[in-house]
Design a protein around this ligand. Sequence first.
Ligand SMILES: Nc1nc2c(c(=O)[nH]1)N[C@H]1C(S)=C(S)[C@@H](COP(=O)(O)O)O[C@H]1N2
Ligand SMILES: [Mo]
Length: 338
Amino acid sequence: MSLKRRTPVFLGLALVLSMVLLAACGEANPTPPDPPASPSYSVRVVARDGTSHEIDLSSLEVKDGKGGFIKTTGTIVGPDTFSGVSIDEVLEKAGGFTEDDALAVTASDGYTMTLTYEQVKGLLMVYGEDGQALKVTDLDTMLITSSDGDLFSSELPRLGFSSPDGAVSDGHFWVKSVAELTVVEGLSDWEIALTGVESVGLDRSSFESMAECPDTPHPAATFETTTKEGDAIVYEGVPLWLVISMFDGGDAEGGHYLFNKGLADKGYTIEVVAADGMTVEFTSQEVAYNADIIVAYKVDGKPLGEDEGPLRLVGSGLPSKKHGVKQIAEIRLVNLPE
Ligand SMILES: Nc1nc2c(c(=O)[nH]1)N[C@H]1C(S)=C(S)[C@@H](COP(=O)(O)O)O[C@H]1N2
Ligand SMILES: [Mo]
């Protein structure tokens, strides 16, 4: 009796939970069993000229490293010690890496993180014990191949960043189970302002981590359209509501982003502002869980060009053509309920 009654309630709850869980990528994965003792790893490196090189990591000098990372939730993992090889040596074996290049690091689960030249060289923001950003520091970028501790002994090889003091860097750069390193055209970092219940900066790598997260229910979004010339193109990004979950005050315990459904129901206005100041408005109700209003960061697999980038709005849910804002500089929540 009572069991039957409860069933619909639980189903309803499960649905709601699957709608609200958000944007903190790579944090709920159960850790697979440890790999067999002293495995040998190889990664494929695709050079700028398109040639593919299988690099046996055991053929490179093994170095000791120490470091840790901070997750989107604010949780700090490590620091701990590990061993591995220098990313410079891996790239050297495959034709090199120049200042005009960037590096797309792809994992076997499909997760991808693109590092600028500077990030490949280890210039990353490091964080203090309370998770506060300290300063950009010069770390050693490595592919971790083993660790005596538990933290970095599975899902190898793993991208890791080392310094003598074991600095803590952004978790989204610590790509697990690296399968391929692709040398791509150089790219620049950007940051846009998100101003709402909270104020945060959204930068390139955090956006990519959100869009590339292989864990459901992170809903990466694509939109197919045609250019004025009639060519088919595909935009990639995430729904606008997912970005809003980062600064609408809906965080759950531990700092996971949750979309603040209650606030959206009460109603507020979303302003999307372009670099030239052009601004369009949406209501929170029309954007909430709407998969067809998309913040795009790529077209045909490449970062948006200067004319539209770093981010633009696309999708069949836009109320007018004018709403397809290019060169987004800021997203604001205004007319917030008391
Ligand atoms: N292959 C792969 N690597 C990944 C991710 C992922 O989803 N897949 N998530 C990244 C993010 S966003 C974080 S915070 C950390 C989480 O690492 P953990 O699963 O070891 O806690 O891994 C990073 N590396
Ligand atoms: Mo993360």
